[in-house]
Design a protein around this ligand. Structure first.
Ligand code: ADP
Ligand code: MG
Length: 277
């Protein structure tokens, strides 16, 4: 069984049935699976339902129709909701909204303290989480003086300290400069390799999706496409919903359109390589 399973999930923000009938659902008949240790990218333009999916996957929201199973347990099972939330952690877009304490290590300790862990375990988790994101030397500092990228690392450490099996980054790099964006992605991908974590990266940067094993494209609350990296090669289909395929794919298609015969490429390096040849 997959670690996370969405089975024909529909979700309306309107609580009463009558107004729900008049509006369209934020998530509409969505099904997909996430395997353990997998890197999944969810892409789609604003309002396509990505953040709603994230909250459905850790039980912050409950489906109106269908089921979300986490490690075999339905998120509708109220008795297991705490368990589900500790297995699936979400890092949101704005790190400023995720800071709760004035000292960095206290901020990271906040989650484990709420789990009721003993102080030795909390200490070891906080040290490990800060080390994992490369922020150990800032432990005693204040989060307010950090750069956006550093704050987002602390937010990731706060989620890591809960030892989740799945980490969802919900546009967590969107407010960062390209260098910090890459650094955060490197930290996340290293955690997948070294800690066997599962990563769900929600992003509107198509480049970030190139790192994923599975790509889910959302449009108007529905799954528009899902599959492996081949999804990113479909530039016309992506363009039809206002998304751009990776630059290398577009350049290759443009050149082939004027008579070249270049093979499929995904990354800039692959494109450069076949152009040189
Ligand atoms: P994305 O993360 O892809 O931008 P969202 O999941 O945030 O998309 O939003 C999906 C749809 O649900 C949008 O139409 C949005 O306006 C609506 N929506 C999101 N959050 C709320 C909310 N708290 N109350 C009502 N509607 C919402
Ligand atoms: Mg969102």
């Amino acid at each position: 069984m997959s670690f996370i399973e969405l089975q024909d999930v529909t979700f309306f923000y309107e609580s009463d049935e009558e107004s729900a009938l008049k509006t369209r659902p934020a998530v509409d008949g969505v099904s997909f699976c996430v395997e353990k240790g997998e890197v999944v990218a969810i892409i789609g333009h604003n309002g396509s339902g990505k953040s709603t999916l994230a909250k459905l996957m850790n039980g912050l929201l409950e489906p109106d129709k269908g089921e979300v199973l986490v490690d075999g347990v339905s998120t509708k099972d109220k008795k297991r909701i705490f368990d589900i939330r500790s297995k699936v952690g979400i890092v949101f877009q704005n790190p400023d909204n995720q800071m709760v304490a004035t000292i960095i290590e206290d901020d990271v300790a906040f989650g484990p303290e709420n789990l009721g862990l003993d102080s030795k375990e909390i200490r070891s988790r906080v040290d490990w989480a800060l080390k994992s994101v490369g922020m150990s030397e800032h432990a005693k500092g204040t989060p307010f003086k950090l750069s956006g990228g550093q704050k987002q690392r602390i937010a990731i450490a706060g989620v890591l300290a809960l030892k989740p099996q799945v980490m969802i980054l919900d546009e967590s790099t969107a407010m960062l400069d390209p260098l910090s964006r890459n650094e955060i992605m490197e930290v996340a991908l290293r955690l997948v390799r070294e800690e066997n974590m599962t990563l769900i990266n929600i992003t509107h940067f198509v480049d970030e999706a190139m790192e994923a094993d599975k790509i889910i494209v959302m449009n108007d609350g529905k799954v528009f496409m899902q599959g492996g990296k081949e999804v990113l090669l479909q530039d016309e289909k992506l363009a039809s919903i206002g998304l751009e395929a990776p630059l290398a794919v577009r350049v290759k298609n443009m050149l082939n359109g004027v008579g070249y015969d270049l093979p499929e490429v995904l990354t800039d390096e692959e494109l450069a390589d076949c152009l040189c040849r």
